[in-house]
Unconditional design. Structure first.
Length: 281
């Protein structure tokens, strides 16, 4: 797990889905005056240079955010997402990409708080640099986000968005996300939890959505975006999913209006598609 560096994948199709949803949820929560927290269990470096050696090794952003950069007729949520990316690229050239922590910071008000966890020593240092001088609004912990989350729930304001997106480099991460959500719902049942996961040929990846649905959450929304058909040898990520517990009531319609365009623009072959399902009681 500690070998994973998100810089290799910054701005790819999975980031587009994850960050568009993050923005929509946080903006909805900010419509109410009561303060809230955003908790990011696997924060990464905060922001990324797309011309760095890491990013250019795979250049995944070219089939992700870059495809939206000059696109016309985008739905409102996609335009909203791009507005934040453009904040890091004021000259109009796509050279930088915001990670979840940087986006979260832009979405918070003075009364809100950001709590970040990162285990990788290099990314942890970059994260510190990204938020240097931020004051008490941002707290960064060098350590395990799963354990850190258990220690701080429920948060003082009793309102929070928890983003969980580990690397899934080991089978243990698949088990950990389910156990973490089980425990978190016991401690803080009214929180909003946004879990990202990769769509892979591995059985643990294919089985994860059903395990999440069986957690017993009263309200959930599940969105997937596949950019290509799964490879015959089962290698590589062909898409990703977001499982949101206690989502804003507006999010399902937003994704219904947005996912068809994303599936078309980000398609890498004829196997590109999306799904959207929900349950509420």
């Amino acid at each position: 797990m500690l070998s994973y560096r998100h810089a290799f994948h910054a701005g790819n199709h999975a980031d587009v889905l994850k960050h568009l949803i993050l923005i929509e949820i946080a903006q909805y929560m900010a419509e109410k005056p009561a303060p809230f927290w955003i908790i990011d269990t696997h924060a990464g470096a905060g922001r990324y240079a797309l011309d760095s050696a890491h990013a250019t090794k795979l250049s995944e952003y070219r089939d992700g955010v870059a495809r939206l950069w000059e696109a016309k007729g985008l739905p409102k949520a996609a335009l909203n997402y791009l507005d934040f990316v453009k904040m890091l690229n004021p000259d109009g050239q796509l050279r930088h990409y915001p990670g979840s922590p940087w986006l979260a910071r832009q979405l918070l008000r003075d009364s809100d708080r950001l709590r970040l966890y990162e285990m990788h020593s290099t990314d942890g240092k970059l994260l510190m640099e990204c938020f240097k001088g931020s004051g008490r609004e941002v707290a960064i912990t060098d350590g395990d986000g799963f354990a850190g989350l258990k220690a701080i729930l429920p948060p003082p304001p009793r309102r929070a968005l928890v983003l969980i997106d580990p690397s899934y480099e080991t089978k243990g991460d698949y088990t950990a996300v389910v156990k973490t959500l089980q425990d978190s719902l016991k401690r803080f049942s009214t929180g909003t939890y946004a879990l990202w996961y990769p769509m892979l040929g591995k059985p643990e990846s294919r089985q994860l959505p059903d395990k999440l649905k069986r957690l017993g959450a009263a309200n959930w929304l599940h969105a997937t975006l596949e950019v290509k058909a799964p490879s015959r040898d089962g290698y590589g990520m062909h898409g990703s999913g977001m499982f949101i517990i206690n989502p804003p009531w507006t999010l399902e319609k937003t994704l219904h209006d947005t996912l068809p365009t994303l599936a078309t623009l980000l398609a890498q072959d004829a196997g590109a598609k999306y799904t959207l399902e929900s349950e509420s009681t």
